[in-house]
Design a protein around this ligand. Structure first.
Ligand SMILES: NC(=O)c1ccc[n+]([C@@H]2O[C@H](COP(=O)([O-])OP(=O)(O)OC[C@H]3O[C@@H](n4cnc5c(N)ncnc54)[C@H](O)[C@@H]3O)[C@@H](O)[C@H]2O)c1
Length: 287
């Protein structure tokens, strides 16, 4: 029997919890605000930003959105980031990726002050994560940890295989898992025997952007599979795991859609609330 992990339900609970805290903060005159910056008209990015803005408004936070044309220069984007950085009403700044080719994402992300870095992707935030110090953490990896916590899946001493070492998911997740006491194996495109890495694991997290990469040959009976991939196909959204083939092999599995995706937005809201409080309490992944 394989259990489907209902990420949408867990995310809803976190969002309600954040909304209640925002309402309480509003009573004392503080309303957290998130600024999303979209450069260009990439349809997928526009959908993601619209979903984030909807969630921000629903949580009772202020929505500061900036849309720049696809031909925006480095100086154009930098000026917008600097203005938002200086605005005390703006608690968090999110630069939607990918950026048009003329722009260097790493340089622009590093203009975001670490206190407003709700995506947790500046060099400073990632350095704090690697050193195990307080700081805002990237949303998708934090969402995965929150999902596992909510399901009561123990991390201390567990063997976790992380497949994919990307900057947004695999790398930061590896640090988060290590800091929670997991034993982590990391596989990537140069791994010669993927199944040899994943089969001994209690938990397999796949974030590669390769549709259907992980199947029953990679998963030990009863292991948990967390599927981070998102691919639009004619049959709807699909992930990096062959979910159908993993039924009765995996003990638990996240669906696509409705697994990790909703958690990413829920953690973005939690991060914005944390940023608004300016680190007056320790950062914890909400459950
Ligand atoms: N659900 C969400 O909210 C969410 C958020 C962010 C990213 N994603 C998805 O997660 C996936 C990964 O994102 P990313 O930005 O970290 O990707 P990335 O492109 O930065 O990294 C991909 C990683 O996968 C590895 N890889 C590629 N082919 C492989 C193979 N055959 N075997 C093993 N490893 C392989 C690469 O070595 C690399 O480390 C993408 O599909 C992306 O759409 C989902």
């Amino acid at each position: 029997m394989t259990t489907t992990i209902d990420g949408a339900r867990i995310a809803r609970r976190i969002r309600q919890q954040v909304a209640a805290e925002v309402a309480a903060a509003a009573l004392s005159g503080t309303v957290p605000g998130l600024a999303t910056i979209l450069v260009g008209d990439d349809p997928a990015s526009a959908v993601y930003v619209a979903a984030k803005r909807r969630a921000i408004t629903e949580a009772g936070m202020r929505d500061f959105h900036r849309h720049l044309p696809h031909h925006a220069t480095h100086d154009d984007v930098a000026a917008v980031i600097d203005a938002l950085a200086a605005d005390p009403e703006v608690s968090g700044i999110l630069l939607q990726l990918p950026l048009p080719v003329q722009l260097d994402a790493a340089t622009l992300i590093d203009r975001i002050p670490v206190t407003k870095d709700v995506d947790g992707l500046t060099t400073t935030s990632l350095g704090l994560l690697a050193r195990g110090e307080q700081g805002l953490r990237p949303c998708t990896p934090s969402g995965i940890i929150a999902l596992l916590d909510a399901e009561g899946i123990a991390l201390k001493g567990a063997h976790v295989a992380v497949v994919g070492w990307g900057e947004l998911v695999g790398r930061p997740l590896t640090h988060l898992l290590l800091s929670r006491g997991a034993t982590v194996s990391v596989a990537h495109e140069h791994t010669t025997d993927l199944a040899a890495v994943t089969r001994p694991a209690d938990i397999v997290v796949v974030a590669t952007g390769v549709p259907g990469l992980i199947g029953p040959e990679h998963v030990r009976h009863g292991a948990t599979v967390i599927d981070v991939g998102i691919h639009r196909t004619s049959a709807g959204l699909r992930g990096d795991a062959r979910t159908g083939e993993l039924i009765d092999v995996a003990g638990r599995i996240t669906p696509v859609p409705g697994g990790v995706g909703p958690m990413t937005i829920a953690i973005l809201l939690a991060n914005t609330l944390y940023a608004a409080e300016r680190g007056t309490r320790p950062y914890t992944v909400p459950v």
